[in-house]
Design a protein. Sequence first.
Length: 560
Amino acid sequence: MKATLYKAIIASFFGATILFSTSCTDLSETIYDTIASEKYEFSAKDAASMFSPVYSNFRNVYWGWNGYCDIQDESSDLWCTPYRIGIGWGDLYVSMHKHQFHSQIGHFWTEWNYAYAGINACNKLLANESVQKSEPAVAQLRGYRALYYYVLFDLFRNVPLDTTYYHEAGWLPKQATPQQTWDFIISELNAIKGKCGPDNGMGQINDYTVNMILAKMYINHNAWFNDFSDNSWYGKTIDELNEVIDSKRFSLASNYSDCFKEDISSNSEIIFGIPFAEKYASGNYYANKWIHVAGRAVWNFNGWATGGSTVLPQFLNTYDPNDTRYTSCWTLGQQYDKSGAAIMSDGQPLIYTKEIHSIDNPGCYPFEGGRLIKYEILPGDFGTAYDDIPFFRLADTYLMKAECLLRLGGYKGETEQDAADLVTAVRQRDFKNNPEKAVRTVAELKGGSVYAYGHRENQGKMGEADKWVTTVEGGADIELGGLLDELAWEFVAEHHRRQDLIRFRINGKNENVYNGKSWFCKDAEVDPTDIHCNIFPIPKDFMDGNLNLVQNPGYGSSAN
């Protein structure tokens, strides 16, 4: 598989940037903290071992259990992991869906723990004198450290800012202000612009990854600081995105599904990807989490599967029936094995239904809900475990630029029509048989969302009368609602949705969609000025271990 390639990537990059000897060192006997670095020549094996935590911890941030991909979508309007009647799940996933956040939800621990482990790994290497002699290596490490802080800033905002490896005995970090952390991330990224290299391979920061992180910081600035008085940040976003686009190093993949194959290292759309590989770097668990155990026969994969997660019917109802992203992402109806035979489970045909009951009252039944098949599912013990992750891809660049052009009404000679053209370019691969439907107009993008927002659950039990609990809120009042819909169809299950919902507001109100709309069993915030759910609580374990930390507003003490 890709394990050899992954190991070679680490070694080759740093083999070119640090002076290595040709000798091989026994890593079990090397204690780096006690070596005088100016007298020690690192072997390629040493470098791979030393730099590996920088990369591996970001894999854990993304696909550690309840990682970054889950945290962004499980609290959104796209999908959830309900209590499965007769199976389990539920608990913390119910709290994520209902926005009943508290400091002991595992998602938050995963992000905080592995992000700071990655930052510590970067700080340790940046303190090494031999590493300091290599500008590309230093740029790579500063870029990764900024990426870790970008994730932490997005999720928690009030975080410790640690940029050194050596500390006095008993030292405990203190939180920086959001502005201090923001300034640090921006300063670090600008300092390494053009110093990472144009193409460093999967898993490594390249020059255009730096542009993308900066663009993400800028496009979210107003929402993150809850200050919409300065639209210049959208222009700064476009400037960064244009560097990516104008490089002409990237192009949209011919097929949407090409971006979610097991190996995307040669995909022209990928700007920054996270490599996963057999044995050495597995972890993508979506086949395991989504597919019913009997449904594994569709692909002949043998890994565990319990059929936990499900797509929300309200989201499925937003798709154009000719949009091939629907069938690229979701499977519903009768499931068939490789021979074409209908799959049975406990004497019943395995039919995934579109409708689902509730998140926890009574929950969802085993066959309820469409299942995600967006990431390539492989036979044997593979499933999706070794699928690479497209963290930044060109479609994101196009849609971000379109958003900013629409928010500004045009920029540096480009117009709102250019924004519509960018969206159309992304859609063309999804409507090959209906090219006229690929075209999106400015009016459509600036209009409301087609999502039928509102509380919508069936509290009746299977075999008994339905007991619908519903409200009607609609999506016509959402700014740029048509574009918000595009972001959902393109980036579902790609760590985008929560961030997007926080950025898009309800017209006439200082309230975002994330807090201000209901969906499935999640209710809109009653107080439109209460935006504490924009960020998550700091995990209890870390609050308890560091008395310097102050819990985020709205979450009480560390015991909550």
